[in-house]
Design a protein around this ligand. Sequence first.
Ligand code: PLP
Length: 230
Amino acid sequence: MLIPYEEFARRADQVRAEIAEACRRAGRPAADVELMAVTKTHPPEAAGYAARYGLRAVGENRVQEAAEKRPQCPAPIAWELIGHLQSNKAKLAVAHFDRVQSIDSEKLLDHLDRAAAAQGKVLPVLLQINAGNDPAKFGAEPADAERLLAGALTRKNLRVDGLMTIAPLSSDPAVAQRTFANLRALRDQLSAQQGIPLRELSMGMSGDFADAIAAGSTLVRVGTALFGAR
Ligand SMILES: *Cc1c(COP(=O)(O)O)cnc(C)c1O
């Protein structure tokens, strides 16, 4: 039940206009913020739509689902894992994803680094931080981020691009705003400590990307606003 491409393109134009407006209000160039299409639960053609529209990457939250869909969608687009990854699926994740945004433990770092070495790759990653202190969400605790980053930087077959977070579900926009501000502050602190850019701040989804952009997001992960309700 994928919407027609024309409707997708119309929705994507709208989302891009809202991203540009949020950037303008924040005094940031619109080119600072990338739109990633979240294609989970949608058929492989959804990734084809994103490629045809000119997006760089799609996000998927399950390894198995992406492993099945990706071969059916030969379009030139990057696939990124945005959902929880179990260590025993590290090999499969390295084989099918161009970047993993959901690094939340030393154990996972170990498994991914070894799988990437075995497959002759350097895997770009983001550290997922539970910046909203949400008991229902995965992600490393902010207090553990420094150690996790230090560990990640020692792995030869991983490249750390930045941080990712998911705001807790809440009807109060202040909850997401606080979460995004926390991630931004943590990034700035870690970046200064380690002397590395940690450029990517993956934060913001359909319902909260404008607030995420105000707080410094460089990559918004949007599903519903592009493809409709899942
Ligand atoms: C599903 C999902 C999204 C997209 O959510 P929408 O509300 O549909 O835009 C973004 N990030 C993650 C981690 C997701 O699992």
